[in-house]
Design a protein around this ligand. Structure first.
Ligand code: ADP
Ligand code: MG
Length: 728
């Protein structure tokens, strides 16, 4: 009997859920372990407080004296909470967060010791960068990088460590993380959007980008997960026949949350509260043992940090409830995968959501300006936006009839479609007083009512307008939101900048009034970006054909999609907006292509091992039992032998066919890998892995899964889907 599987099942059934008490109000817990504004007021001198607030709100530099004061205050605060260590906390391009703890503790010359933390240690550190992906930005022998404090994301305490959010850059200045380009993109969109807002309200001084993510995940019993080498090593199951019952009864979505999962959520949410992550929503998702957590939206940089932090904490909390949390986009074939919707909007320091309808015609014109320019920006750079969500794991989900296809399109609803159609009919040049009145009363004046009716949400769209925000739904559940948020904000910043140039030109050169100029440019923009708008079924084949006619990209695999990242247009876009230099863009391309190759390579090796060393021997064992059985039948039956042994003999043969299928394909796969590994050209290598190695994974899996249905359950070594998905 295969011990690991049955041992794991026994353990998982014996597990008694931990009950998490909640006797403190969430609002009292919220932000308790964050060096936030409230704590700063308490711990900082007035000068230091003003200095930090200026850095947060206006990006002003913090001088050394203030930094010393802040560091000292942070230390006092942290020590009062039992903290022993501090770390610069950053998000390298590995996809997870990084930290290196140093104790506050230091020895003094006289043999005593003290707790010390100074401005220099707060502001900058030099971790060895050589083991983080750099995309060849510098050679390992000169692999110096440094982390630098990002005051716009507050320091926090996790367990006994003070964590200081930082950027991570090479010594030569190039970004080596997700945060640096994101901050640059947020700066770019602030500049461009604020300039546009001034057409409508001179008091606007700053525009911030907001993000509300929705994180989907699976919870699987820790022992059961540990019994599956594929889950342990790749985060997904590379084989496993689907369970007789999956999600077909639709009985999990929004159903009552199983007890053990609920207690996990309670503890997770408590931790989030302490860390100032404003999680609000929790529910069951479509697949069995699949769930979602979502916060109240926040400023995008903070929201990205919070999501990265959350993904880290989830794993730790899960472990305390004997769960393994699976963030992979497709941990199980045949049931829904996981995504991470990115709800995005822009808002002013005067409190206006620029993607929400206003109360007056003028504020609605402002809304339309941002609405149309977002659409236009996405249309111009749709392939780049697709590239921003490309990864080996997300490839399993996109276009799999459960998630948006690889084609980027925008859903805006019937009503706003009509508004755009009317705007397309606006007269060229100066508008008559009647036309202006008509537009203000009957087109843009009607918008608030219209949006309330805009409830017919289209779940198949990768990028949908949902009343007061755009929802980018194609982001993968493992992704660092920094990447898609950098791209989206950069695209919109560029489009807003171009829009302003055109409007100003019409005002200066053609003598148009401001609103006339805006209407004129909007009209042209709508005309030129109509092709990105799609209200129909995004899962259908008809859309693929239609999208092709419209010239939209449809890059189904990561290597194809990533190419757009280094297109002439994309490089120029990032350079122009000051988000990434050409070197930085190319480095990221290389890092992501390499990550893709390595992912497929690891999956291929793991499946090769599991199928040949676990599945084939099991199949042979069972086949031998059948052979013994047939021999025995032959001894006792003489005439009837053929009839009574027919099925067994068929089985023996069937098993042989599948064993052959596995062995032939594993050998072929190893051969393909060998050929791919000697290729130096990254693009060619990735293509080889994508089109020659990856398809063999499916072929091998096919035979393994068939064997699972044939072989004695008692002999089967791998924990089955029904066990992982239904053990609560
Ligand atoms: P769902 O899409 O599941 O129906 P909601 O639309 O209520 O749920 O919200 C999903 C997420 O969108 C939440 O994280 C919420 O905070 C966020 N959100 C709501 N309004 C905005 C906004 N203006 N900008 C960005 N995110 C927003
Ligand atoms: Mg949503």
């Amino acid at each position: 009997m295969p011990t690991l599987r049955f041992h794991a099942i026994k353990e998982s059934l014996a597990y008694k859920p931990v009950y998490i008490e909640e006797n403190v109000k969430r609002s009292e817990l919220f932000g308790k372990n964050v060096f936030n504004e409230k704590t700063m007021r308490q711990y900082l001198t007035k000068d230091a407080f003003v200095g930090v607030m200026n850095a947060i709100q206006h990006g002003k530099k913090i001088d050394r004296n203030i930094a010393d004061q802040v560091a000292s205050a942070m230390k006092d605060w942290a020590l009062s909470k039992g903290v022993t260590h501090y770390t610069h906390w950053f998000q390298p391009l590995t996809g997870s967060t990084a930290e290196k703890h140093d104790a506050f503790f230091e020895t003094t010359k006289d043999g005593n010791s003290i707790e010390k933390f100074e401005g220099g240690q707060l502001v900058q550190q030099e971790p060895d960068a050589s083991s983080f992906p750099s995309g060849g930005i510098r050679n390992t022998f000169e692999a110096r990088g440094y982390t630098a404090w990002d005051p716009s994301s507050p320091a926090f305490i996790y367990e006994t460590t003070l964590c200081i959010p930082t950027i991570f850059v090479a010594y030569t200045g190039e970004a080596l993380d997700y945060k640096t380009p994101l901050l640059r993109a947020l700066h770019a969109v602030d500049d461009a959007a604020t300039a546009i807002c001034k057409y409508f309200d001179k008091n606007v001084k700053k525009v911030s980008s907001s993000l509300g993510w929705e994180q989907e995940y699976f919870l699987v019993d820790k022992m059961l997960a540990a019994s599956r080498p594929d889950l342990v090593l790749t985060g997904r199951t590379l084989l496993g026949h689907s369970s007789a019952k999956g999600q077909q009864l639709d009985d999990h979505y929004f159903g009552s949350i199983p007890n053990r999962a609920l207690n996990f959520m309670r503890e997770l949410e408590n931790e989030c509260m302490l860390l100032g992550i404003p999680v609000k929503t929790r529910h069951n998702e479509v697949a069995p043992n699949q769930f979602e957590v979502a916060p109240i939206y926040e400023e995008a940089n903070l929201a990205v940090d919070h999501n990265s932090l959350l993904m880290d904490i989830m794993g730790r909390v899960a472990s305390r409830h004997n769960f393994k949390v699976l963030l992979h986009e497709k941990p199980f074939a045949g049931v829904n995968g996981s995504g991470k919707h990115n709800n995005w909007s822009l808002s002013t320091d005067t409190g206006i959501n620029l993607l929400g309808p206003g109360k007056t015609p003028m504020s609605n014109l402002q809304f339309l300006t941002f609405f149309v320019n977002t659409i236009k920006g996405v249309h111009t750079h749709e392939a780049l936006l697709r590239a921003a969500i490309a990864s080996a794991s997300n490839d399993h989900r996109l276009g799999a009839n459960e998630a948006p296809p690889a084609i980027m399109s925008i859903f805006i609803g019937e009503q706003l479609t009509k508004v755009l159609e009317e705007l397309e009919g606006v007269t060229k040049g100066k508008l008559s007083p009647q036309e202006k009145t008509e537009l203000k009363l009957n087109v843009i004046g009607k918008i608030p009512d219209v949006l309330l009716d805009n409830t017919d949400r289209n779940r198949t769209s990768p990028f949908a307008f949902t009343g007061n925000k755009f929802e980018f739904r194609a982001v993968g559940s493992t992704a660092n939101c920094g990447n898609p948020m950098t791209v989206l904000n950069t695209i919109v910043a560029k489009q807003l900048r171009d829009f302003k140039t055109e409007v100003d030109l019409l005002i200066d050169k053609k003598g148009l009034k401001k609103d006339e100029a805006i209407f004129n440019v909007l009209r042209e923009n709508i005309k030129s970006c109509r092709d990105i708008l799609f209200e129909g079924n995004g899962y259908g084949e008809a859309w693929e054909k239609e999208a092709k006619k419209r010239g939209l990209s449809n890059n189904k695999t990561t290597p194809e999609a990533l190419k757009s990242k280094v297109s002439k247009e994309s490089i120029a876009l990032f350079e122009e907006m000051g988000v990434m230099s050409k070197i930085e863009t190319q480095a990221r391309y290389e890092i992501e292509m390499e990550a893709y190759i390595k992912h497929i390579q690891i999956e291929s090796r793991v499946l090769g091992d599991v199928s040949r060393n676990h599945i084939v021997p099991t199949a042979v064992k069972y086949q031998n039992i059948l052979i013994e059985n047939v021999k025995g039948l032959k001894e006792i039956f003489e005439e009837k032998y053929n009839a009574v042994s027919k099925e067994q003999i068929n089985l023996i043969e069937e098993i042989s066919n599948h064993i052959e299928g596995i062995n032939v394909n594993v050998t072929k796969m190893i051969g393909e890998r060998k050929k791919a590994n000697v290729i130096n050209d990254l693009e060619k290598k990735a293509h080889k892995y994508c089109f020659n190695v990856k398809p063999l994974l499916d072929d091998i899996r096919y035979h393994c899964d068939k064997l699972e249905l044939l072989v004695d359950d008692e002999l089967w070594p791998l924990t089955k889907y029904r066990e992982m998905l239904f053990t609560r």
